[in-house]
Design a protein around this ligand. Structure first.
Ligand code: NDP
Ligand code: VSD
Length: 432
């Protein structure tokens, strides 16, 4: 008996050892301890995520940074912002990374000369353009331009930096993708394609470069509050907005911090929040891994995630109808209840009673809330963290909170009725 137990223990251990050996991470990059005096090139570093990366690398890590972007005024403003006392640690060069390889190469050479002939340690391919628009409203030239900047621009910069990294035998290359580089999203026919292209590039290139101690990091942020994002929002289809809202909005500061960490670790992927982790696990495909945690997570959970994703996608396909229902219902309902409760509401500071109120601000505020309500109910039901009955409740609470936002003074009657009406609406939608 004892012998059998001992033998099976040894057997189990042997199997485990073999499994761990077979499934060890494909490569293990060395952690970059010290970024002081590191030579970093950031494309699109004059705005948003790129600018925040430049700021943190300069001021928190003491790196030497070169920013490549087109607009000279924005570059100059950025230089003043980041180094008010002017410093030779920051070089800003005006170049369009999508025009020609030669121009990009010249800029990289200039950067190397400027930073005391140090070869490039880290290249961050961050520059991109983006907009959300249905396929049939997008011109062929717009597809071309986006591909040229987002994809070819990254190729040119990577090719220009690689020789010096190779010579030294180490380097890190970061490619800014997006959650929209992990799944197709309504309105992103042009943008998604460029980000999917980067994924193919990253997987193939990593296979070539791992033996040379050069590691690639693909970054998949959700919506991030940047000048580019604000511009994009001016003409975003509602469907795109509602889908994107499921992942929330981050600040450039948070996004940049994690990019720097992932780059130092040499992780192949860098994602954000619960949706990010789930999407990265679901879309792992044939990409390399650098940690045992990823191997276990991906091999155990991808099939389950596929099932959940099918439900999520199903709701994305039906968004239009749900959106119409909600967008019609919400303003009408809120208008009515403002009218009914107008005496309660006058006592508190709410925007609907102020003189600046007009129909347009009213419906745009209402629309944002609608999206949030819908998204909350989606999340609650898909993550299965609560039963069906929790969904309308969560939405009701959400609306109640939104209205408390509008009206500093919390009015109980008003909110209870909101909760009930919205609760029943969400139940209807759920069964539909
Ligand atoms: N903000 C978001 O919601 C998200 C962004 N991302 C990705 O993060 C990256 C940065 O986004 P974000 O900070 O919002 O972008 P912004 O639009 O705020 O900034 C883009 C930067 O890229 C530069 N740029 C654009 N085209 C070129 C070009 N042809 N040559 C050189 N530089 C160029 C711009 O400068 P100039 O115009 O002067 O050339 C600017 O500095 C992008 O790759 C984006 O796809 C991913 C997920 C979400
Ligand atoms: C099982 C897993 C469930 C996961 C739910 C899926 C959620 C998808 C959200 C997609 C968000 C895309 C944001 C793109 C932002 C961006 O890149 C732009 N701002 C720039 O153009």
């Amino acid at each position: 008996m004892l012998l059998t137990i001992i033998l099976s223990c040894i057997g189990a251990l042997a199997v485990l050892t073999i499994l761990i050996y077979l499934y060890r991470p494909i490569y293990r990059p060395k952690y970059l301890d010290d970024l002081y005096d590191c030579h970093v090139i950031i494309t699109g570093g004059s705005s948003g995520i790129g600018k925040e990366l430049a700021r943190q690398l300069l001021h928190e890590h003491g790196a030497r940074v070169t920013i490549l972007a087109r607009n000279r005024e924005r570059l100059e403003e950025c230089r003043r912002d980041l180094t008010p006392n002017s410093s030779d640690r920051l070089l800003c060069l005006s170049v369009d990374i999508s025009q020609s390889y030669e121009q990009v190469e010249q800029a990289v050479q200039q950067s190397i000369r400027h930073h005391l002939d140090k070869s490039v340690d880290i290249l961050i391919n961050n520059a991109a353009i983006f907009f959300a628009r249905p396929f049939h409203q997008t011109k062929p030239e717009e597809f071309e331009e986006m591909m040229r900047i987002n994809y070819l621009g990254s190729i040119y910069c990577t090719q220009a930096c690689l020789p010096s990294m190779r010579r030294r035998g180490s380097g890190r290359i970061v490619l800014l993708s997006s959650q929209a580089g992990q799944l197709g999203v309504f309105g992103y026919t042009s943008y998604c394609s460029t980000k999917f292209a980067l994924r193919g590039l990253a997987e193939s290139l990593q296979m070539e470069l791992a033996r040379e101690n050069i590691y690639i990091t693909m970054v998949y942020p959700p919506d991030t509050d940047t000048p580019g994002f604000k511009e994009e929002n001016k003409s975003k289809p509602r469907e795109t907005q509602m889908i994107n809202e499921t992942s929330g909005v981050l600040t450039a500061d948070v996004v940049a911090k994690k990019i720097i960490r992932a780059t130092r670790q040499g992780s192949f992927t860098c994602s954000y929040g619960l949706n990010g982790a789930l999407l990265t696990c679901l879309t792992c495909g044939a990409q390399p891994v650098t940690t045992i945690r990823e191997i276990i997570g991906q091999s155990l959970f991808t099939s389950l995630l596929r099932l959940i994703m099918l439900r999520v996608i199903n709701s994305f396909y039906k968004l239009k109808l749900i959106a119409v229902l909600l967008f019609v219902f919400f303003p009408v309902y809120t208008g009515l209840s403002c009218y009914i409760h107008s005496s309660d509401l006058t006592s508190c500071n709410n925007p609907f009673n102020s003189t600046t109120y007009n129909a347009e601000t009213f419906s745009s505020v209402a629309n944002v809330y609608c999206a949030k309500v819908h998204v909350t109910s989606l999340l609650v039901s898909y993550y299965g963290s609560s039963s069906c009955s929790a969904t309308p409740l969560a939405s009701g609470v959400m609306v109640a909170c939104c209205q408390a936002d509008l009206c500093n003074d919390v009015n109980a009657n008003y909110q209870v009725s909101t909760l009930l009406i919205f609760g029943s609406l969400t139940v209807l939608l759920k069964f539909y």
